[in-house]
Design a protein around this ligand. Structure first.
Ligand code: 6PG
Length: 245
């Protein structure tokens, strides 16, 4: 399916649009199959969107929350993606705690934690999906993109890009481990929503949308979900791009 690309005038408008899409997608998923499985992005861009979700009126008991990637720090650490989403949103709404799946980051070996998170994902989807699929199908995965073209913790020229037989693996950023969804897990999602803002993202976006960009150098090119792929860009990030029509 070709990506849907929306350019918004500025970051607040991008966040407002992303919030509207998220609320709509959550409501559609619940209407369709009685629950919504979400995987959250980290970084800074999505934080105001999560704050907007804290004010939304949603059937919170039917949401299941995961993270598409996590830095290998405790949830209390200022770099924690889970800590950011809890502070902005999840600590302010009555989603049952047992339906919020914070990636484990305490085991000395991150690979053990990646396997544990994968098992958690598989067990939840086996319990939810009437016809469990080999690769779980999230209803909505939020993604950001770094200025280097990475997404989740799938960084350029790292082994994580080639992991196709796992759902979760260990990503590496400058030698520091992170947990990350793999490309196959992300690409099985019903909807992937990229939120990309700022002039520093423009060069990587050009390569991501180019006809012949390199996937190893710009890993966001690897995100080709079977479901809907939607990019929300602000005008700064989208400046000068020849976008798919
Ligand atoms: C993380 C994110 C990462 C992020 C991008 C963009 O753990 O940092 O998951 O993939 O989405 O780096 O980050 P910004 O939104 O802060 O630009």
């Amino acid at each position: 399916m070709n990506p849907i690309v929306e350019t918004l005038p500025d970051k607040p408008a991008l966040i407002d649009r992303g919030l509207a899409i998220a609320v709509d997608q959550i409501q559609q998923a619940i209407a369709d199959h009685g629950y919504c499985t979400l995987a959250l992005a980290g970084g800074s861009t999505p934080k105001p969107l999560y704050a907007g979700l804290a004010k939304a009126n949603l059937p919170w008991s039917q949401l299941y929350i995961f993270w598409g990637d996590e830095r290998y720090v405790p949830v209390e650490h200022p770099d924690s993606n889970a800590g950011m989403a809890k502070q902005a949103w999840l600590d302010h709404v009555p989603i049952p705690t047992e339906q919020i799946f914070i990636p484990p980051t305490h085991h000395p070996d991150p690979a053990i934690s990646a396997q544990a998170y994968q098992t958690t994902i598989q067990r939840l989807f086996d319990s939810l999906q009437k016809a469990p699929t080999a690769i779980p199908q999230f209803d909505l995965i939020f993604l950001g993109m770094g200025a280097d073209g990475h997404t989740a913790s799938l960084f350029p020229h790292t082994p994580a890009l080639a992991v196709h037989d796992q759902l979760v693996t260990v990503g590496m950023k400058d030698g520091a481990p992170r947990l990350t969804f793999t490309v196959p897990l992300i690409n099985h999602s019903r909807q992937v929503l990229f939120l990309v803002a700022g002039a520093d993202k423009q060069a990587a976006l050009e390569q991501v949308f180019a006809a012949d960009g390199d996937e190893q150098t710009y890993p966001s090119r690897l995100i080709q979900p079977q479901g809907e792929l939607r990019w929300l860009l602000d005008a700064q990030a989208a400046h000068g791009l020849a976008l798919p029509v």
